[in-house]
Design a protein around this ligand. Structure first.
Ligand code: F6P
Length: 362
């Protein structure tokens, strides 16, 4: 195996809390543990497409203070611009993968670490195969929908933010005798919704994995009222559909489609069915920013160190993962193929039902 001297790292896909903590762990381990140089690539694969290539040496001294604690990513990132189908100004899609690989070569790197979710890691692996790049992936996504790892960076912080939101909503709900609807992110998976909903004392949790009927939600709210409760907390995952089975989406600049708005639909339907006064909070990108929780910082450190150790061992085409209280690594192909939504028969759904939380199906 060629001797490693210089590795690259990039953050890809949507940002989340804990990315800077991963960068810190990689830099400390690579520089102090192995004497390598670490090059940070800007804006994900866009930095490798840029000419000159947008990249800089990452100095351990940069990481001594705030960065362990701050959200975002100092490298920047993008969740658009797949290099295999890159949107051009004239509206066409072009395969620019060869340019990305050429950019990687220009940096004279011996290996690359990519921090991403399933979509980004699949793209990065494809590039690695095409360009014969020694690649290791680190899982991050607030959606926590990657298979083969129990933990992805950013998820714990997102759950905390959503739980804090319920803690903030409950007193105002009780003061005004209102039904508060909280819409949370998670893309097609309801992990944030069910975790924060249980932790934050929600009365109703709607997730895309369990079809609902508004009549069941209304009945739950009426029951609470008859029991003497003057408020209710409802958590809705963003990918929950309307009763007609329509996803609620928005088209962002450049045609990028995101979820958003189902909370308003559910709030209006609850008001119609029960006469309750409802208010809606769409938590949005608050779930992605902010200080990473201790758990996210810890996992960022564990994953960063393990990824560098994998490179040192020449173990490529793998993703670091957390399973059964251990840091492990799995083939990247398995990792990106192993999508994981909430298990409708799993422990959290059983717990929610056991607590009397309405999941909309009964
Ligand atoms: O995948 C992370 C995520 O925050 C999803 O939960 C959400 O649906 C999406 O990204 C939002 O994307 P954007 O940052 O483009 O609005």
């Amino acid at each position: 195996m060629k001797k490693i001297r210089r590795i690259g790292i990039l953050t890809s896909g949507g940002d989340c809390a804990g990315l800077n903590a991963v960068l810190r762990a990689v830099v400390l381990r690579a520089v102090y543990g192995y004497g390598w140089e670490v090059i940070g690539i800007r804006q994900g694969t866009a930095g490798l497409m840029a000419r000159p290539v947008a990249a800089e040496v990452l100095d351990p001294a940069e990481f001594t203070g705030l960065l362990l604690r701050t959200g975002g990513t100092i490298l920047g990132t993008t969740n658009k611009g797949d290099p295999f189908a890159y949107p051009m100004p004239d509206g066409t899609l072009r395969d620019r993968s060869a340019e990305v690989i050429e950019g990687y070569r220009a940096l004279d790197l011996d290996a690359l670490i990519g921090i991403g979710g399933d979509g980004s890691l699949a793209i990065l692996r494809r590039l690695a195969v095409q360009g014969d790049i020694n690649f290791v992936g680190i899982p991050k996504t607030i959606d926590n929908d990657l298979g083969h790892t129990e933990v992805s960076i950013g998820y714990a912080t997102a759950v905390k933010v959503a739980t804090d939101a319920l803690d903030h909503l409950q007193p105002t709900a009780a003061s005004h005798s209102r039904v508060m609807v909280l819409e949370v992110m998670g893309r097609d998976a309801g992990h944030i919704a069910i975790n924060a909903g249980i932790a934050g004392g929600a009365d109703v949790i709607l997730i895309p994995e369990i079809p609902y009927r508004i009549a069941h939600v209304a009945a739950k709210i009426e029951r609470l009222k008859h029991e003497g409760r003057n408020f209710a907390l409802v958590v809705v995952a963003e990918a929950v559909k309307t009763e007609d089975g329509e996803p609620v989406t928005r088209i962002q600049a450049g045609g990028h489609v995101t979820y958003g708005g189902i909370g308003h639909y559910i709030g209006a339907r609850i008001a119609e069915e029960t006469g309750a006064e409802t208010r809606i909070t769409v938590l949005g990108h608050l779930q992605r920013g902010g200080m990473p929780t201790p758990r996210d910082r810890l996992m960022a450190s564990v994953f960063g160190v393990h990824a560098v150790d994998l490179i040192a061992r020449g173990a490529f085409d793998r993703m670091v993962a957390w399973s059964g209280r251990q840091v492990i690594d799995v083939p990247l192909t398995d990792a990106v193929a192993g999508y994981r939504a909430v298990d409708p028969d799993g422990p959290l759904v059983r717990t929610a039902r056991g607590l009397g939380i309405c999941l909309g199906d009964a």
